[in-house]
Design a protein around this ligand. Structure first.
Ligand code: FAD
Ligand code: NAD
Length: 470
């Protein structure tokens, strides 16, 4: 049965960080707004199968490893922990459920109507929604925001079954600790989820096509991260490609080849995680009916969040830029404010990145490699956590902070950190970039003692040669 509803000022397709933030902002600005989401819960990839469950397992596995290994004993805490994986998964699922219910609450608070179903374009302004109830609905929007997110990129020859060959969703919900986990792709997902399972007892081998891990990372920080993870027992096979995978009862047999060519090799594992990137998701959207087309990567291009068709907007993972929840949130706010007639824009130069391994990696702005490629003259200041008092006291001295500043203006161009708790420090640097701060501004700002943030100040001092604590 087809039901027809009223026209909205804004209909958002997708209830992830791009979609739910857009819908909430629209509600705040007094626009009549609906969000169409087909999953049974709001929050998209991030809350359901991405950022939040992975951080829940990273946190729990970090504590388990501390308790099980020499870290606690060194502090004089003698314990013999026992892993209860089912409980670890349960607390993760409980936290996720609370968070997704939180978005429902925010929708009610900000007058956002959640239409539970899958949307498809009928025209550029009208959507057909296949409701979860089995019914169908036709809705019209003066503005339609596409925020349909992304999905894992498949690897030819390695078919994900989420039994033995997993994507990130499968790797977040295993019922046992793998004896040997092979991760394909030394990117963010591979290193974070590889860390979870290594901490819980798996042997972990990471296979990467390129000759370095996390290609977007500043080279020096990337090498430091690889060294740290290798010391923890993670094995890396760089410059290697996986040609095929065969599942034989409970074992996966992989055929490997050197990326540059060579003689094939076999590697067996209990589980394989395929984490070679994500691609925009526009499946079943019926783009043609709206007069839209995705490019060869499935991506919907945008100019100031506008698609090629007036009145249709694109934000988040489904369009260009880093696939990050906070980038999606920024685009959501700017897009809705522009729809509401306000001046609003995203400063892509100030979007921070974090890898939640131990040590953590956090950065914002340009890497040294990017600055060199641009022919920009810059100064570098560095400070090692070895000389940071708080890190020393906590026995967490691995890593460094690196500040890159313009050689003439001293404006901060990039900050790159490898170390304890740096995910919580990088926002200060993003603020600095937003305010066009100089390295001197950072060096002259009082930082509390004893905190790891003092390492950042010392690195900024080092840009001008007056680092005081090393
Ligand atoms: P999504 O979150 O993918 O949401 C899109 C939503 O649209 C989905 O819920 C989908 O069901 C819905 N949808 C799609 N098509 C339709 C349709 N036709 N009708 C109705 N609904 C539809 N980012 C970070 O910043 N920090 C992290 O720590 C982090 N960790 C991650 C860990 C993992 C394992 C993964 C996989 C990702 C992680 N990310 C992280 C990336 C982050 O999850 C994404 O960048 C973010 O979710 C993108 O938001 P989005 O709203 O664009 O898309
Ligand atoms: P990624 O782009 O971070 O890393 C993929 C890695 O796989 C790269 O190093 C790439 O060189 C390698 N690769 C590609 N093809 C390969 C092949 N055939 N064989 C071996 N290696 C291959 O992608 P991801 O780790 O899958 O993450 C997807 C997205 O999710 C990222 O864009 C990231 O922004 C987002 N994410 C973010 C966080 C975070 O912010 N902490 C956490 C998880 C995911």
């Amino acid at each position: 049965m087809l039901r027809v509803m009223n026209t909205y000022d804004v209909i958002v397709i997708g209830g992830g960080p791009a979609g739910y933030n857009a819908a909430i902002r629209a509600g705040q600005l007094g626009l009549r707004v609906a969000c169409v989401e087909g999953r049974p819960t709001l929050g998209g990839t991030c809350l359901n199968v991405g950022c939040m469950p992975s951080k829940a397992l990273l946190h729990a596995s970090e504590l388990y490893e501390d308790a099980a290994g020499p870290a606690f004993a060194k502090l004089g805490i003698e314990v013999k922990p026992m892993l209860n994986l089912a409980q670890m998964m349960l607390q993760k699922d409980d936290s996720v459920a609370a968070l997704t219910r939180g978005i429902e609450h925010l929708f009610r608070k900000h007058h956002v109507e959640w239409i539970r179903g899958w949307a498809q374009f009928e025209t550029a302004q009208r959507l057909h929604v296949a409701l979860a109830t089995g019914e169908a609905l036709s809705v019209e929007g003066k503005n339609i925001v596409i925020a349909t997110g992304s999905e894992p990129t498949p690897l030819p020859g390695v078919v994900i079954d989420n039994r033995r060959i997993l994507d990130s969703t499968g790797a977040l919900a295993l019922a046992e600790v793998p004896g040997h986990l092979v991760v394909i792709g030394a990117g963010v997902i591979g290193l974070e989820l590889g860390s979870v399972w290594r901490r819980l007892g798996s042997r972990v081998t990471v296979i990467e096509f390129l000759d370095r891990i996390c290609p977007a990372l500043d080279g020096e920080i990337g090498k430091g991260l690889q060294r740290a993870l290798a010391r923890q027992g993670m094995a890396f096979r760089l410059g290697t490609k996986v040609m095929a995978a065969e599942v034989d009862s409970n074992t996966v047999h992989l055929s490997l080849d050197a990326a540059a060519g060579g003689s094939p090799e076999r590697l067996s594992a209990d589980y394989v995680l395929v984490a070679i990137g994500r691609r925009p998701y526009v499946g079943n959207l019926g783009l043609e009916a709206a007069g839209l087309a995705a490019d060869h990567r499935g991506m919907l291009a945008n100019s100031g969040h506008r698609s090629a068709v007036p009145g249709i907007w694109v934000i988040g993972d489904v369009t260009s830029g880093p696939m990050l929840a906070h980038k999606a949130e920024e685009e959501a706010i700017a897009c809705i404010e522009v729809i509401a007639g306000q001046a609003s824009a995203v400063n892509y130069a100030a979007i921070p990145n974090v890898i939640y391994t131990r040590p953590e990696v956090a950065w914002v702005g340009k890497s040294e490699e990017e600055l060199k490629a641009e022919g920009r003259s810059y100064k570098v200041g560095k400070f090692s956590f070895l000389a940071n008092a708080r890190a020393k006291i906590n026995h967490e001295t691995e890593g460094l902070v690196k500040v890159l500043a313009d050689a003439e203006s001293d404006r901060i161009l990039g900050v790159h950190m490898l170390g304890p708790g740096v995910s919580e420090q990088i926002a200060e640097c993003a603020l600095g970039i937003e305010f066009s701060a100089s390295a001197e501004d950072l060096a002259l700002t009082c930082h509390p003692h004893p905190t790891r943030s003092e390492a950042l100040r010392q690195a900024a001092m080092d840009v001008h040669g007056w680092m005081m604590q090393a």
